[in-house]
Structure formats: C-alpha cells, structure tokens
Design a protein around this ligand. Structure first.
Ligand code: FAD
Length: 151
C-alpha cells in the first residue's frame, strides 16, 4: 500500500563542506527525487540543514537512510514524520532556501538563541516554519521552480 508521508529532519553541515557540495547535492537530489516521486525543501542556515521529504513512505524512508550516510552532514535527527493528505511542496523536486538578510528574521523567529538551530526545534515548530516558507514562496511565485532558490 502506498501512503503519502512528510518527514522533517535537521542535521549539522560538515566542517569541510565546500562551495561545490551544495550544487552536487541539489543536482543529485533533483534527479533522484523526480525519479522516485519525492518532493520537498532543503534549508541551509547557520551551519545546519533542515529538510522536508514528501512522498511514498517506503521511498521517503529509503531516501532518508541514504542521506544519513552522507558525510557532508552529521548529527541528523528526525523532527517529525507523519502521514499527510496532500503534499506541501508538490512543485519542487527539492526547493532550496539559503539564509539571506531577507529571510533571516523568519528563521530566527523559531530560535531561542541568536542562530537558527533546527536541532532544537519541536515538531510543531518545524511544521509551522515549513508552512510559513511555503506561503512566502507562493507570494513570490516561486512554487513552480524545481531548480532555483525559492526565497
Ligand atoms: P551521484 O549523483 O552520482 O553523486 C553526486 C555527487 O555526490 C558525486 O560528486 C559524489 O561523489 C557525491 N556523493 C555521492 N554520495 C555521497 C556521499 N554519501 N558522501 C559524499 N559525497 C557523495 N539525495 C537525494 O537523492 N535526495 C535528496 O533529497 C537528498 N537530500 C540531501 C540532503 C542533504 C543535507 C545531504 C547532505 C545530501 C542529500 N542527498 C539527497 C544526497 C545523498 O546523500 C546522496 O549523495 C545522493 O542521493 C547520491 O546520489 P547518486 O547515487 O545519484 O550519486
């Protein structure tokens, strides 16, 4: 049986993460995710990744297991995993959000300290941040793009 799920996790960017690593990650993610029916969003901010993966439960699980083995990040924790009726990011094979001056206040509004720390986020806060980013990107007309930074 196929069940649509959304998994959210956070991790730490590896210290030796280089400028070309993000390009490589997005390239393979977008290629693999289209093939596997996965959609989602990847945020990199303040030395952390925060990612949403949506799709069939088995496929999302196996993709997360593959991502866990990637040396370009560490200390990954699942923030939330739930069955959902509808995808939030159906237009994105993997939308990418980099921290900028413009969106930084949004990230910081979900942090106790002065840096974005998704490893310390509660599930409900993680879901709520995603919903806000989705709304933001829709306002900017960014939901059609599977290749660009979305906000
Ligand atoms: P290729 O596309 O052929 O490899 C692409 C490049 O990545 C090559 O330069 C290769 O040397 C390098 N590479 C591959 N695997 C690793 C690894 N384990 N460690 C270091 N370098 C490696 N993949 C997805 O399919 N979907 C996702 O949504 C996704 N999200 C990611 C999020 C994060 C934060 C990170 C760190 C990785 C993510 N990846 C994702 C990448 C994933 O971990 C694998 O690297 C990728 O799926 C391998 O794809 P491929 O087999 O087609 O290899």
């Amino acid at each position: 049986m196929t069940v649509l799920v959304r998994l959210l996790y956070a991790s730490k960017v590896s210290p030796n993460f280089g400028p070309m690593d993000m390009r490589d990650i997005l390239e393979s993610s977008r290629r693999n995710n289209v093939e596997q029916g996965i959609t989602g969003l990847l945020i990199m901010a303040d030395g952390h990744f925060f990612q949403a993966l949506e799709g069939d439960r088995k496929v999302v699980n196996s993709t997360y297991i593959k991502i866990l083995k990637d040396v370009r990040h560490s200390a990954s924790i699942i923030l939330s995993s739930q069955e959902v009726d509808k995808r939030q990011f159906s237009g994105w094979s993997m939308g990418y959000v980099l921290s900028t001056e413009k969106n930084r206040p949004l990230f910081l509004s979900y942090s106790a300290g002065k840096y974005f720390d998704p490893l310390a986020m509660r599930s409900a806060a993680a879901e709520s941040l995603l919903a806000e980013i989705d709304g933001y990107a829709r306002q900017l007309g960014g939901t059609e793009s599977a290749t660009d930074t979305v906000i």
